[in-house]
Design a protein around this ligand. Sequence first.
Ligand code: CO8
Length: 258
Amino acid sequence: MANYTTITFEHGNRVALVTLNRPDSLNALNQEVMSEVAHVFAEIDRNKDIAVSVLTGEGRAFAAGADIKEMAPQGFSDMYVEDYFAGWDRFAASRKPVIAAVNGFALGGGCELALMCDLIIASDKAKFGQPEIKLGVTPGMGGSIRLTKAVGKAKAMDMVLTGRMIDGTEADRIGLVSRVVPHDTLMEEAMKAAKEIASYSLPSLMAAKEMVGRALELPTTEGVRFERRLFQGLFGTEDQKEGMAAFTEKRAPVFKDR
Ligand code: CO8
């Protein structure tokens, strides 16, 4: 297992926990965090003992955005030629379900990072926002598209043009998050959801993640066709036989991820 300096990583019982760990700078996302997050999620995708992950932040923030101090001196060619944020696309392409457990500030790239995850479980003390406009820029890590798809134009424009922060309860009301829970129960609830997901068959979890992800990009007919092919493919797994046999025999299924 790699040694990480800006994140922590642990796993057990098919659930991984990845924690952004730069609390002194509110887990600002610098190049090192990006590269370690991309690396750990590639490791998670390869690890047969892990089915689902929880991503959270240490301290007061999930992540307060891209690291402004690191980003400030960059020019166009640094950003463009080096494709400065490319590592986040690698995270977004990870194939097993990821739950964002949003414990505090999720601003700018931090909000965009949460939106790359599959479920967002937010503390009622969480604060979401796209404040980039205040820095003379815009969202740059997929926020304009993922946020707009999640909450619609009216709310996305409000957040992106004014940079105002919304709390977990408003985020829940507008559909930005999957669930909002009392702050003190956040990790318990996130781990409970992870444990439930981890009890299912990995091929069906990965297929479900892939098809819902594609649903946001494809026209309806193509989306339905894509879903149908994956659904049909699952009838080639032992776990489909086991899941349906267990239902008929009124017992709990024993999945083998095959
Ligand atoms: N980058 C670098 N350092 C940060 C950041 C950040 N985004 N956010 C906070 N910090 C640092 C502060 O500078 C401070 O450090 P120090 O103690 O050395 O002065 C420390 O974290 C604590 O922060 P504050 O003292 O400011 O704490 P407050 O409780 O007073 O305020 C806020 C909390 C409101 C969250 C405030 O820190 C803030 O406004 N932060 C900036 C939020 C922001 O503008 N985020 C958007 C950044 S731009 C962006 O994300 C672009 C996305 C495009 C691509 C993303 C790729 C990753």
